[in-house]
Each structure stands twice: as structure tokens, then as C-alpha cells.
Design a protein. Structure first.
Length: 395
């Protein structure tokens, strides 16, 4: 019976191992260079598009906010709705571009992995065969100790390089896959933005139908709620100024929250106020306007405590919470954060749920932070804890 020991590892075999090692190094460099170049080209293509869309969205939002601060006229109302629609469309396009970018990168990476496997398949097979040669066999077939060490070094280096390469490519694929999952999540949330767009179009058409594009008819339509609109506008201007004055915010998430029962399709916002809802007149069934900050805060409190409180406007939440035994204190997770523009003499106030607090900063989730910019949608942001006046511990 012929044994492996009867077949010496010749000097030409050493040369072949050396060549294999060089081939692998070249292949690795080529593979990673092509991945890097492909990713860069893809990133440049989509990044330019995303930057342009972000610029468009900011412009539309700024224009909507400017119109929001001007006189209440039919032309302004229609123009504001148009800019809000355009901003939502830009946000949807940004998310789609990010998704497209990741899908493209993942496809390229998967192809590069396949090409890498095909190119190195033979070398891996050779390495496997060579790896079955025991150190004793290799030592016996070597002309001297130096020759043996060279063989061992080649074998170890090739194996380590292959292992490192495969690990890196797998890590890259895993990273991209995770990013794809994240963007798919964002896309799902952006479905609510698309519904909001449909609601905005319906609002625009409904306004035109009610007024027949006549300014006098529009003024008659809003006269009964003009004072409330003015107060809501002043409140949100005060909230915006308060947050900007405390250092601004970092937006983490925006759109719609799937658990919360109200969205732009069943509770469209119009001129600061909720419409539709459980009663057809904007109510959420618990004494609040659906998709308003107080409605969301009460829902979140009920989620934690099992009790749905009716605490009025946001500015009333602090005292009503304390009346029910909750304690006001330092900012911490599981609290309601209350902003009190009423200190300036007017306003409904604003309330949010504290997700986390650390180092003088809080991360809050909320609805209807700023109708002029947020369109009554859900948002999650990090900002200075000094932006709020009260923190009442609920959880």
C-alpha cells in the first residue's frame, strides 16, 4: 500500500506553494480594490442625488414655514400645502435613494464574493491537500531545517491570508445586509409619509371644493377658528424658538409610529387641527385631538401604566400628573417632558415622552412638534434637557 510518506514534497512543490501564495495575495488585492472602487462609484452616484434631495426638502420646508408665519389667505394656504407635499415627496425620494444604494452595494459585494470564491477555489483545494501533509512528512521531505520552515511559513501564511480575506468579505456583506434591513424599516415607516401625501392632496382638493378658489369664501370658512389657529401658531413658534434657543436638536426618526393608532390616513391634520379620528371630528376617543402631542403622551402613559388619563392640553399635564401621585424631578427615561409656553402668556404647551436622559441631554419621542415643518407626524430627537420646564416620572 502506498502511503503519503513515500511521495516526497519536492522543491518544485515549494515553488508551487510560493506561487499560490502570491496568486492569493494578488487576488485579494484585486478583489478588495474592485469592491472599494465599485462602492465608491456607487456612493458618489447616490450621495450626490441624496444631497440634492435634502437641499430640495429643506427649501420646501423653509418655504412652508415662511408661509405659515404670514397672513392667513387662500393663496398662502394652498402654497403651504404644496410645499408640504413637495417636502414629503423629497423625503420619500431620499429614503428610496438610500435603499437603492444599499441594494446595489449588496449585489456588487455578493458578486465579488462569488468571483473571489471561483478565482481562489483551486488554490484553496491545493492548500487543503497540502495541509494534509503532516509536519513529520514535511520535515522528512525537506533538505534542511530552513527548507522545512519555509514550507511551513508558506502554508501558514496562505491559510491565514485566506481566512482573513473570507472573514473581511463576510463582515462586509453582514454590514450591508444590516443596513439594508434598517433602510427597509425606514421605507416601511415612510409608507405613512406617502399616506400623508395622499391626505395632503385630498386636503388641497377639499379646500378648493369648499371655497371654489374664492378668497372671501375661504375667510368665511376659517373665521370661526381664526383665534384658535392664531394661538396654535403662536404656541408652535414659541416651542420652536425654545428648542432653537437651547441648542437645537438632532432628529433621530420621523414619519409615523406603527403602534400608535392614528396616522395621516385616519387622522389628517388641517390648519393645525386634527380631523377624522374616532368621532369624525379629530377626537382620539380619549379626550384628545388625534396625532396631537397630548394624545401621543397619554397613549404612551397608558402603555406603561394601563391607565388612560384625560389631562387636557399639554400645559396641564404636569399638575394633573402630580395630582395623580406622580413625582416631578430630574430628567430620566420613562418621564413626560413638558414645555410650558403658557409662561409667556399664551399657548397650549407641548409634551413629549422621554426615551433616555444623559449628560444634560434627553431623547424624546413625540407627535406634532411643529406643524409647519413636521406636519403633525411622529418624531424622535435628542436635545438639551433645558428645552423643557418639567419632568414628571411615570415609569
Amino acid at each position: 500500500m502506498n502511503l503519503r510518506t513515500t511521495t516526497p514534497v519536492s522543491p518544485s512543490r515549494i515553488a508551487m506553494i510560493g506561487k499560490s501564495f502570491l496568486i492569493i495575495l494578488v487576488a485579494v488585492v484585486v478583489v478588495f480594490a474592485s469592491i472599494r472602487l465599485a462602492t465608491t462609484a456607487s456612493a458618489d452616484q447616490y450621495d450626490d442625488r441624496i444631497r440634492a434631495l435634502q437641499s430640495d426638502m429643506a427649501r420646501y420646508q423653509a418655504e412652508a414655514d415662511r408661509l405659515n408665519g404670514e397672513a392667513t389667505t387662500l393663496a398662502n394656504a394652498l402654497a403651504q400645502i404644496t410645499n408640504e407635499k413637495n417636502a414629503i415627496q423629497a423625503q420619500l425620494a431620499i429614503t428610496q435613494a438610500k435603499y437603492d444604494q444599499l441594494v446595489t452595494d449588496i449585489a456588487k459585494t455578493e458578486q465579488e464574493i462569488k468571483d473571489n470564491q471561483d478565482a481562489l477555489g483551486i488554490t484553496i483545494a491545493d492548500l487543503y491537500v497540502d495541509d494534509n501533509i503532516s509536519p513529520i512528512e514535511m520535515l522528512a521531505s525537506s533538505s534542511n531545517i530552513g527548507n522545512f520552515l519555509d514550507k511551513q511559513e508558506y502554508r501558514n501564511a496562505v491559510r491565514d491570508e485566506l481566512s482573513g480575506t473570507i472573514k473581511k468579505v463576510k463582515e462586509l456583506k453582514t454590514q450591508l445586509s444590516e443596513q439594508k434591513v434598517e433602510v427597509e424599516k425606514v421605507l416601511a415607516e415612510q409608507k405613512a409619509a406617502n399616506e400623508s401625501l395622499i391626505a395632503k392632496e385630498a386636503e388641497q382638493q377639499g379646500l378648493l371644493n369648499k371655497t371654489n378658489n374664492d378668497e372671501a369664501a375661504y375667510q368665511g370658512l376659517i373665521s370661526s377658528s381664526a383665534a384658535q389657529i392664531a394661538e396654535a401658531r403662536a404656541t408652535q413658534a414659541a416651542i420652536r424658538a425654545r428648542i432653537n434657543g437651547s441648542g437645537g436638536y438632532v432628529l433621530i426618526d420621523a414619519g409615523s409610529l406603527s403602534d400608535y393608532p392614528w396616522n395621516s390616513s385616519n387622522c389628517p391634520m388641517s390648519s393645525y387641527f386634527s380631523t377624522g379620528g374616532s368621532d369624525g371630528n379629530g377626537g382620539d376617543g380619549h379626550g384628545y385631538g388625534c396625532r396631537q402631542c397630548a394624545s401621543y403622551a397619554a397613549w404612551r402613559i397608558a402603555k406603561e401604566t394601563g391607565i388612560y388619563y384625560s389631562w387636557g392640553n399639554a400645559v396641564n399635564f404636569t399638575q394633573n400628573a402630580k395630582n395623580n401621585g406622580y413625582v416631578e424631578g430630574a430628567a430620566r427615561a420613562g418621564s413626560i417632558a413638558v414645555m410650558d409656553p403658557a409662561k409667556a402668556g399664551q399657548g397650549f404647551g407641548h409634551v413629549a415622552w422621554v426615551e433616555s436622559a444623559s449628560g444634560g441631554m434627553v431623547t424624546v419621542s413625540q407627535y406634532n412638534y411643529d406643524y409647519g415643518q413636521g406636519y403633525g407626524m411622529y418624531s424622535k430627537m435628542t436635545l438639551s434637557e433645558g428645552a423643557f420646564d418639567h419632568y414628571v416620572h411615570i415609569k
